[in-house]
Structure formats: structure tokens, C-alpha cells
Design a protein around this ligand. Structure first.
Ligand SMILES: [Zn+2]
Length: 417
């Protein structure tokens, strides 16, 4: 199966091009919001008289929109036709998602200016040559760099505004997986994602998180207050909004950077990487922890590890969230039931061993179980996990520390579910 990758490149537009981009984003937003209003109306008509009014769907909306575009929105003809079309496609997807899972996906709402300003161009409408991209009804726009890889096919381009900068995300299909150099050390590592630190690795390597959000949160609050005091539509308000957007952007960049450094370190040094499947939703309910976990970006961490280790021929093992990594004693393998989150150090109630570092203890436990999974069936289902754990408890792949420990692993899985 061909692999697809996206490359995000900053654009170097001139003023005329900036205006075009803003206008295209406006058209995409306008079409989307038009659809948000139109859909319930069409649905009400369909309910009242099903024989004359078809049930609204994405296709119908696009047809209706194209019929009125020339008359009602003549300015849309000045930008790429993909912008409003794709906006309606996205709206269709948003409705489908909502009906499938209303708890997770809210009913589509109106889009606001400056939030997620973007528009889409399909691959027959643009051309990339070196560090330039040709956009319909506009011409060539300079990019800050050329494409990083040599794609078999460019699938699409999405142009996005971030603060006062413009980026293009080029989605490419690669002819074959582009392999990177395999990891230096072919061993395994366990990673415990922490609250006070970004990560503690089983080899003792610790990485402080960027604490980007915490450091900038004061600044954010001040700017937010300032923004709400300004009159709507005023120049000062626009300036404040940009200032605020820049702080958000800086935080996002810092976070991304530190995650990339960590995932690069792990994938370039170890073949097998064990991480815990963090129940982020559950953690976010705990308000005191919420901000820091959100700051660390767990899903992004996991995504980066997955694609980077795949490129190096390594293996990422995600350990079941019910595995009591922090509570197992390294010495005797028994579980400390009374361990609290605030206990940074603890003494084992069973064998009396002193665990001087809670996070390192957890990382070592994760490493051991990841090493025992490695090479097992690459299945993510919980039955697969159960099998892998059961296999470990039979002592096939891992040298058990003690009989008690083996039982612990298995029983904990049942008890915690
Ligand atoms: Zn113990």
C-alpha cells in the first residue's frame, strides 16, 4: 500500500496574493455557513413532503449552491472553485460524523473569521515546480522551500492561515516507504509520560517538557483581557487579536519542537519502544492535571513515534492502560495497592524494597512488558493484548522475575476492567 505524507511549507505571498488567500478563505467559510443554514431548512421540507423534496445530502447542497453561485455570490468566481466546493464536502462529512456519533461530534455550527481560515485545492487545479506553486486565478506563489520528498503523486493542497502567515499543506502519495537509518541500539526502552516532566525513559534519560503553555498562560490571560476591552471591529482589536494569535502560535511551535526532539531521540536509539496508552479523556477530568497533560500533547507523541519507528523498521508497543506500571515493585513484582499519585517515592509493602523514583520504576516496568510484546501479533484489539499478556504469564517470551509477578499482571488486567 502506498504511503501518504503531508509536507507543510510556509508561503511567501505578496500583498495581492495575501488578499486572494483571505478572500478564498472567506468564500469557503461563506459556503460552509450557507450550508449550515440551508441543511435544516431542506430537511424540514423533506419531512413535510418527501415525494417532492429529496433528503438533503452533500451532493444536493453542492448542486443547489452552484445554481445560485453566479447570482448570489458573484465574487466567488474570482477565486478557485474548489474553495466553496470542498467547504460543502467538509460540511457533509461533519453531518455524517455527527449522526454516527453525536456525543463526540457536535452538530455543525457557523465558522468564524480567523478561526481555522483555510481553503482546499484539488490536484488537477494546481502545479508545484521547485519552490513555487501555481494557484488557479492567481498564478505562481513563492514557497519557502521545495518539497521534502519526491512524491509519486500530489493529492491535494490546503492553504491555511496561522497568525499573519500563510502555509500550504501538500498531501503526497509516496511510491514506496522511504526508509530511514535503523536505530543505533537495537534494544528496547520504556517511556513513562509524566506530569512534572515530559518523559522518563527506562535508561534514566529524562526530558523536561517545554511547559510552553504554563510559561505563556499569564501572557495569554493578559492579552485575552485586553482583547475583550477593545471595541468590536476596531483597528486596535485587530492588532490585539493578532498579538494573541502569535502567542498561541509560539506555544504550538515550542510544543511541536520538544516532541519531535523526544521522538527522534527514542526512534533513533531504540528498536522497541514501549509507551502507555494514556486515557487522556479520563485524565482531563482531573482538573488539577488537566492543563499539563493537554500541554504535552499525548496523541501527537504517539503519532510521531508510530511513523518514525515505522520508517526505521522499529516497533512501537502500546501497553494497555490497565497495566499498573507505577504500582509494580521492581524487586518482588507485587503490586502496591495503596500508591497515591502524590507518592513520588515509596517503600514496597510486600518486600520492603525502597523505590526511589516512581517514574523510573514505571518506565522499567513498561520496558519489560514492551520487550515481551515485541514481535508478537501486531494486533491492537484488547483480545490481542490479553493474549500477549497471557503468553507472558506462561513465561514464553520474558524471563519472569517471580511467580507472584506473573499472576499480578494477569489478574490486574481483569480486576482493572
Ligand atoms: Zn516489593
Amino acid at each position: 500500500m502506498p504511503e501518504s505524507r503531508a509536507h507543510v511549507i510556509e508561503l511567501n505571498p505578496n500583498n495581492k496574493q495575501r488578499t486572494y488567500f483571505a478572500r478564498a478563505c472567506g468564500c469557503a467559510r461563506k459556503a460552509y455557513n450557507w450550508g449550515v443554514d440551508e441543511w435544516p431548512r431542506l430537511y424540514a421540507l423533506h419531512k413535510a413532503d418527501p415525494s417532492n423534496h429529496p433528503k438533503p445530502d452533500e451532493m444536493l447542497l453542492r448542486r443547489l449552491f452552484n445554481a445560485i453561485k453566479r447570482k448570489q455570490f458573484p465574487y466567488m468566481l474570482e477565486v478557485t472553485k474548489c474553495a466553496p466546493q470542498q467547504a460543502l464536502r467538509n460540511l457533509g462529512r461533519a453531518y455524517t460524523n455527527h449522526w454516527r456519533d453525536p456525543k463526540r461530534f457536535q452538530l455543525p455550527k457557523h465558522k468564524k473569521k480567523y478561526c481555522d481560515d483555510s481553503f482546499y485545492i484539488s490536484n488537477d487545479q494546481f502545479e508545484v515546480k521547485g519552490s513555487r506553486i501555481r494557484i488557479p486565478k492567481l498564478g505562481w506563489v513563492r514557497m519557502r522551500e521545495s518539497l521534502r520528498f519526491d512524491p509519486a503523486k500530489i493529492l491535494s493542497a490546503t492553504i491555511v492561515r496561522s497568525t499573519d502567515r500563510w502555509f500550504v499543506s501538500l498531501s503526497c502519495e509516496l511510491s514506496e516507504i522511504q526508509h530511514a537509518k535503523p536505530a543505533d541500539n537495537q534494544g528496547s526502552v520504556g517511556v513513562d509520560l509524566g506530569v512534572s516532566e515530559l518523559a522518563v525513559c527506562s535508561n534514566g534519560y529524562r526530558i523536561e517538557g517545554p511547559k510552553a503553555y504554563a510559561a505563556n498562560v499569564k501572557k495569554l490571560k493578559r492579552l485575552q483581557r485586553g482583547l475583550s476591552r477593545q471595541k468590536k471591529g476596531s483597528k486596535r482589536r485587530a492588532r490585539r487579536r493578532l498579538e494573541l494569535a502569535k502567542v498561541h502560535y509560539r506555544i504550538a511551535c515550542l510544543r511541536k519542537e520538544s516532541l519531535h526532539q523526544l521522538t527522534h531521540y527514542l526512534t533513533s536509539h531504540f528498536h522497541t519502544i514501549g509507551i502507555e496508552d494514556l486515557n487522556v479523556g479520563g485524565l482531563l477530568k482531573n482538573h488539577r492535571l488537566a492543563m499539563r497533560i493537554a500541554d504535552m500533547g499525548f496523541y501527537e507523541f504517539r503519532r510521531q513515534l508510530a511513523y518514525k519507528s515505522q520508517a526505521r523498521g522499529g516497533e512501537l508497543v502500546v501497553v494497555d492502560r490497565y497495566f499498573p506500571s507505577s504500582r509494580l515493585c521492581r524487586e518482588c513484582g507485587q503490586k502496591n495497592e495503596g500508591l497515591k499519585l502524590s507518592d513520588r517515592q515509596w517503600r514496597c509493602p510486600h518486600c520492603g524494597a525502597f523505590i526511589a523514583d516512581r517514574d523510573l520504576n514505571a518506565a522499567l516496568n513498561i520496558r519489560d512488558i514492551a520487550a515481551s510484546y515485541a514481535g508478537a501479533d501486531p494486533t491492537n484489539s484488547s483480545s490481542g493484548r490479553m493474549q500477549a499478556l497471557a503468553r507472558e504469564s506462561e513465561g514464553l517470551r520474558v524471563k519472569p522475575r517471580s511467580v507472584n509477578r506473573k499472576e499480578n499482571v494477569k489478574s490486574s488486567l481483569i480486576r482493572f476492567e
